[in-house]
Design a protein around this ligand. Sequence first.
Ligand code: SF4
Length: 349
Amino acid sequence: MKSFSNSLVDWYLQNKRELPWRDISDPYSIWISEIILQQTRVNQGLNYYIRFIEKFPTVEILAKATEDEVLKYWQGLGYYSRARNIHKAANQIVNDFNGVFPTKHADVLKLAGIGVYTSAAICSFAYNQPYAVVDGNVYRVLSRLFALETPIDSNDGVKMYSKLAQELLNTSLPAIHNQAIMEFGALQCVPASPNCSICPLVGVCKAYQLNMISQLPVKSQKVKVKDRFFNYFYVEFGENTFLKKRDANDIWRKLYEFPLIESDKLFNMSELVEIDAFKNLFKGIDIVKIKSESIAFKHILTHRRVNAKFFNIEISNKNENFDKLTQVAKNELDKYAVSRLIEMYLEKA
Ligand code: SF4
C-alpha cells in the first residue's frame, strides 16, 4: 500500500515538528528520547531529554553514574522504572556489547526496559531496519482508517494491529514511514475532534465514512484507580531531617521520601498521635513542637490516587527507628531524588 505511505510521508514532511531526536541516527539519543516519550508529552519530555543527554552524553558515562544520580535527573517525570531500566541497560551495553549500542533487533530486545515498540523504533530510526512501530498514535490512526473495533488492549488486538502495521510499512523508507505515522497520530488524527476536513487520508478513512471516529479506538479494560493514604513526617532535628529510600516493589521504588505512615484514611495530628504506628515510630522521642500540618495533597498516578498530608515536627532526640534512616541536612534535600508529591510539598513549605 505504497500510496498510503506516500501520503503520510508527504504530510509529515510538511507538518513535522522540529525536535532534537528527529533526523538523527544515533541509537543512544534515539533510545533515551523514546523512553522519555513513552509516558510523557513531547513538551514536558523535551527539557528532560536535553538535560539528560547533557549530563549523560554517552552510554559509558551513563553506565558509570550511580542509580541515584540517574533517578535525580528523572525526578518529576514519573514511571521511575524507566530510569532504573535505562541505567541497567547502559550497563548491559557496556558489559555485553563492549559499549557499542547493539544493531541486531534481537539484541536490542534483550536490553532492560526495551520492548517490542522501543526496539522497532530504535532499529528503524537509527538503522533503517524494516520494523513497524505501534504506539498509541498508530493504534488510533489504524483503527480509524480501517474502522477496526477489536480492542487495542486485547491479545487479538495487539496481534492484529502489529500485523497490519507491518504490512503497511514502506520497507524502503522504514524510518521516515514510522515517524510519519506517529506524528500524524499526534498532530492530525488526534484523540478528540480531529479536523478531518484537512486530512490527506479522508478519502480512504473508513471511520470518517461510517461516522465512527469518536468511538475508535476501542479499549476493553478500564483502569481501576485505587486510593492510598500517606501521612508523611518532615522531622526537623537541628539542621537535619530524615529520608528513607523506598525499596519495596511499589510506586516510586528507589526514590527517597520522608518517614511515612500509610493508613486507610488521612489523619489530623490529634488523631495521629493516638494510633500505634505513630507511637511506635516516635517511641522515646521528645517532640519539641508540631510546627505545621499541611493541606491534603492529591497526586494521581495511572493506577493510584495518593492522598497525602505532611506533618512538620521538631524533635530533640532520636530513637532506633530514626537511626536506620538517612539523616540529611535540610538545605541539601534537593540533592535527593524524590517523588513529584514531595517536591510539591517542599515548594510550598
Ligand atoms: S479523516 Fe479524520 S479520522 Fe480519518 S485519518 Fe484523517 S483525521 Fe483521522
